[in-house]
Write a protein that binds this ligand. Structure first.
Ligand SMILES: [Zn+2]
Ligand SMILES: [Zn+2]
Ligand SMILES: [Zn+2]
Ligand SMILES: [Zn+2]
Length: 134
């Protein structure tokens, strides 16, 4: 079963088959996608209602790395600001690791994800409302 990521380089969702390269986190080989909420591999069970991990899709990964100046294949020539790129960051420029697919809340740490998802997403107003209506 595939799962989704949100490519915040180009702003679209994409299907992932279970492993993905995470060069920004220091990965040089594809690593297994872990659910932010359940802390188990995304392929393990149904995570369609879990927070989406922000990750550039295969098509945009290289372009994103180049813009961030991480890629080996290009030398960072001019100094484009991070705020201009808006990647993995909220409006204030703080890095985020993902967001809630229900209320779009941005997460800055795993603790925040866990808090938000505790007791069947008790802290999520959108999910609670949805649950109340169903
Ligand atoms: Zn994945
Ligand atoms: Zn999950
Ligand atoms: Zn993309
Ligand atoms: Zn939420």
């Amino acid at each position: 079963m595939s799962h989704r990521h949100f490519c915040d380089y180009a702003g679209h969702e994409w299907e992932c088959t279970g492993t993905a390269l995470r060069p920004i986190a220091g990965g040089t080989e594809p690593s297994t996608c872990i659910c932010l909420r359940h802390q188990v591999p995304m392929e393990d069970g149904d995570h369609s209602e879990c927070p989406i991990e922000l990750l550039a899709c295969p098509q945009h990964r290289e372009a994103q790395l180049q813009e961030m100046g991480i890629s080996d294949t290009s030398n960072r020539s001019d100094e484009e600001s991070d705020s201009e790129l808006g990647m993995f960051r909220d409006k204030e420029g703080n890095p985020i690791i993902g967001f809630c697919i229900w209320c779009n809340r941005e997460f800055y740490s795993m603790e925040e994800v866990e808090d938000h998802n505790a007791d069947d997403l008790k802290a999520c107003p959108v999910y609670q409302q949805w649950k109340g209506e169903h």
